[in-house]
Design a protein around this ligand. Structure first.
Ligand code: 26M
Length: 831
């Protein structure tokens, strides 16, 4: 009977319009007579969501029936951005929705602007996870994302008097149509407490039982993840913490009602807020609580799903692949081992074999300050049983290392090796090294670009290569989804490309872009290519006007853009010093000289600093101060603009990236693991100024070295240069940089003293990031850019050739490599 009433997806305009009005009048309890853009967004998104849910349900049922091996992607961050445009494009209904809304008197673009970004991430690592979900669904891989449903995403950034001010990002003000609360899925998670030993006289064995002291409930919220041009819809499951309804009667009876309520309120704080640090570990207790809460709930869910199939445990690694997005979910290794030995009664060895086969670990950084370590006293209090298990894992591992090397290594060498690979750092306080645990508990460890994967083998993890050989260590170069980062962000370029390649097939097979090289002599095509870029610059200048009040006529300017988290290693300071240098040069010229010598340029910056990162905040202040002076100086008018776009996020990136002529990826060589915005910029027809770092290396290989502006010292020389700095009392700066520092100190950009720490870090504090060493080389590269931009025809040629060769950097390729080399999974086509 019920089949007669099965929900019907909309497939034509009249269906959409009917459902839209239905949502206005029932879901929102509003009337079409007073329906603003926000209400229209809510009704439209609910309508698109309904369609998505139907396919999502069918995909999940189909996967349950077929029971294929599944991929579980554990990430504390999913930087999703907006969902609506993506959902419509993937389902192929954007035009239909646009026309329907227009008939109802609404403008689709305005309505899309109503959606808040889902900003549950910091930067590259979180956005990579989001691109992966898109590619997993598009590639029809049975897969789940697991993360936390933070009530506050990454803070919103405001700029006040040039300074960053953080404001909370409460993104759930209006009900969120893209999530489905699963109040029936409630998983208890315990913390603290103690470990009890139980003796079993029959087997003569003692068993360890963890009696937790504080219980929190994990509630599931499901986010459907559509794929492009497929009915396959996977699931992203985010956990939200809530108190148990159980009550601490001892407290109640002792009359301590206030305290027992407070304990319950504490529960919710676990998923309240995303930690806003990128590449930096503060070691906070609440962060460890977040990690265990999320890992315990996710593993419970995964194990429960496996148990329902009634398969023998030995098949667990044949059915389950778990990928650890950095070390943040490393506790999953320990939790699975605990489930097997404490709850399911496995022997240690049987359990451990399954665990190692199940996990893969992705490393995203070589920066020492980002490597997670937890003080033993804290760990022991919060997770006493897990610490015991870690000790045992470490004991067996070190024993194996000792056995392997005792005949060939001296006593001293052996001790050094053991203390370097040990999970426990024997210092004050003793700490648990999460990266070591992740390596030992996984069958594969991968870096995120070739150079980075080589670096981890020769630097931070070199001693593990001695132990395991290098087979365990692989590379999977990052990628980005061309659906969001080309078609959605740059519809005009996507359409122009489609017009030459015979449709949008290339969005599923990005290597097809190669065929654009057939049109290098097509004048009309090249002209259109140029116009698209100009239109995208107009789109950006409109945004800049809205956000800063500054007006720019884009026709005159080369757009030079650096948008990413603000970090000393990413060297926004090098960029802004370069801007100052250029400004001083312009000031030194006569009006006539300016006209003939200066290539007009807009420098666009954007990005957030971690709230406690003093130096990064100072860099933001300097950028804004330079903008203040330069943008109001008549001598520089028409030649130089310097803009800081506040609150850089995914939806702003989609406007900013397509507008660039040049983007800056100028990290100190060896510090940026991969970078992914470099790929997005080139895919959108921009060229790069960059160091020989991260994925810049492979981008150069693919597009050709004539099409990229590389500069600076190489990673292989960085250590030697640092060493030299260490023994120099103070550094001899290049003349060019001296001038810049003098200008800053003279008070041109406000109080000269204010920037002292920034200048001193170069002059007196050993210039760890090699700003002085790379400065002249950077300026030379900028000169080459000015020169190259004059030959506009050749510039467009470079741009087209670059785009044509970016196929490799699709996250679809990247996911295929993970599937084959790490997960051993196949796509599952729905029939
Ligand atoms: C750690 C401890 C406590 C709080 C936060 C953290 C933490 C959060 C984010 C540490 C690192 C985090 O992200 C690192 C990151 O984004 N790495 C970037 O990963 C990208 C995807 O692989 C690469 O492209 C970038 O080069 C790399 O910097």
């Amino acid at each position: 009977l019920w089949k007669k009433f099965a929900v019907k997806e909309f497939s034509e305009k009249s269906d959409f319009e009917r459902d839209f009005v239905h949502h206005i009048e029932t879901t929102l309890a509003r009337s079409m007579y007073n329906c603003d853009d926000l209400a229209a967004y809510q009704a439209a998104s609910n309508t698109v969501r309904d369609k998505l849910i139907v396919e999502w349900n069918e995909t999940q049922q189909f996967q349950t029936l077929k029971d294929p091996k599944r991929i579980y992607y554990l990430s504390l961050e999913f930087l999703m951005g907006r969902a609506m445009d993506n959902a419509m494009l993937n389902a192929g209904v954007k035009d239909l929705v646009k026309d329907s809304l227009s008939e109802l008197g609404f403008n689709l673009e305005d309505i899309l602007e109503q959606e808040p970004d889902a900003a549950l991430g910091n930067g590259g690592l979180g956005r990579l996870a989001a691109c992966f979900l898109d590619s997993l669904s598009t590639g029809k891989y049975p897969s789940w994302g697991y993360g936390l449903r933070y009530q506050y995403g990454i803070f919103a950034q405001r700029i006040i008097d040039g300074y960053q001010v953080e404001t909370p990002d409460y993104w759930l003000t209006f009900s969120n149509p893209w999530e489905i609360p699963r109040h029936e899925i409630q998983i208890p998670v315990d913390f603290y407490g103690f470990v009890e030993e139980e003796f079993n006289p029959q087997t003569n064995e003692t068993k360890k039982i963890w009696k937790g002291g504080e219980r929190v409930i994990a509630v599931a919220y499901d986010f459907p993840i559509p794929g492009y041009s497929t009915k396959n819809v996977n699931n992203l499951r985010l956990w939200s913490a809530k108190p148990t309804t159980e009550f601490d009667f001892s407290k109640f009876n002792s009359g301590d009602y206030q305290n027992s309520v407070r304990l319950q309120q504490r529960a919710e704080s676990i998923t309240a807020v995303l930690y806003p640090n990128d590449n930096f570990d503060q070691g906070k207790e609440l962060r460890l609580k977040q990690q265990y809460f999320w890992v315990a709930a996710s593993l419970h869910d995964i194990v429960r799903r496996f148990k329902k199939t009634k398969r023998p445990w030995s098949e667990f690694p044949l059915q389950v692949a778990i990928q650890l997005n950095d070390t943040h979910p490393t506790l999953a290794i320990v939790e699975l081992q605990r489930i097997f030995i404490d709850l399911e009664g496995f022997s240690w060895d049987d359990a451990w074999e399954i665990v190692v086969k199940t996990f893969g670990y992705t490393n995203h950084t070589v920066m020492q300050e980002a490597l997670e370590k937890w003080p033993i006293p804290l760990f022991e209090r919060l997770l006493p049983r897990h610490l015991e298990i870690i000790y045992t894992i470490n004991f067996f591992f070190l024993q194996q290392v000792e056995k392997k090397f005792q005949s060939t290594y001296s006593q001293k060498e052996l001790e050094n090796l053991l203390s370097s690979v040990s999970v426990i750092e024997e210092y004050y306080p003793k700490q648990v090294r999460m990266a070591n645990l992740a390596i030992i508990g996984s069958h594969r460890v991968n870096g995120v670009a070739e150079l980075h994967s080589e670096l981890i083998k020769t630097t931070i993890f070199k001693d593990f290569v001695k132990v395991y050989g290098d087979k365990k260590f692989t590379n999977v170069t990052n990628g980005v989804t061309p659906r969001r980062w080309l078609r959605e962000a740059n519809p005009e370029l996507a359409e122009l490309i489609a017009s030459k390649l015979g449709g949008y097939e290339y969005l599923l097979n990005l290597n097809l872009l190669k065929n654009l090289e057939n049109y290098l002599d097509d004048k009309d095509f090249k002209h259109k290519w140029d116009i698209v870029k100009l239109n995208n610059k107009f789109r950006l200048t409109k945004l800049i006007k809205k956000l800063t009040g500054i007006e720019i006529n884009p026709t005159e300017y080369l757009f030079d853009i650096q948008v990413k988290r603000i970090h000393e290693y990413k060297r926004q300071q090098l960029n802004i010093f370069g801007v100052i240098h250029r400004y001083l040069w312009i000031k030194s010229l006569s009006p006539k000289e300016r006209k003939s010598l200066v290539q007009p340029k807009v420098y666009v910056f954007g990005g957030k600093s971690a709230p406690g990162y003093y130096m990064a905040k100072l860099i933001i202040k300097l950028i804004n101060a330079v903008g203040e002076l330069v943008n109001n100086d008549a001598d520089a008018e028409g030649y130089l603009k310097c803009i800081f776009v506040p609150d850089y996020n995914v939806s702003k990136a989609q406007i900013i990236i397509p507008a660039s002529d040049i983007s800056e990826h100028i990290s100190t060589a060896g510090t940026e693991a991969s970078g992914t915005s470099n790929m997005k910029f080139v895919l959108n027809g921009g060229l790069i100024i960059g160091t020989v770092d991260g994925a810049n290396v492979e981008i150069t290989r693919e597009i050709g070295e004539d099409n990229i502006f590389l500069f600076g010292n190489l990673a292989e020389n960085v250590e030697d240069i640092r060493h030299a700095h260490r023994y120099a009392p103070h550094l001899e700066l290049p003349e060019s940089l001296k001038q810049v520092f003098e200008a800053i100190e003279s008070g041109k950009f406000g109080e000269g003293d204010e920037y002292k720490p920034l200048l001193d870090s170069v002059r007196y504090h050993k210039d760890y990031y090699l700003v002085s060493d790379d400065f002249d080389s950077y300026l030379q590269a900028q000169e080459l850019i000015d020169e190259a931009y004059k030959d506009r025809d050749d510039w467009i040629q470079k741009s087209i050739i670059s785009v044509a060769n970016m196929g490799f950097f699709s996250s679809d390729r990247c996911i295929e490599e993970y599937a084959e080399m790490i997960w051993d999974v196949e796509p599952l086509e729905r029939d």
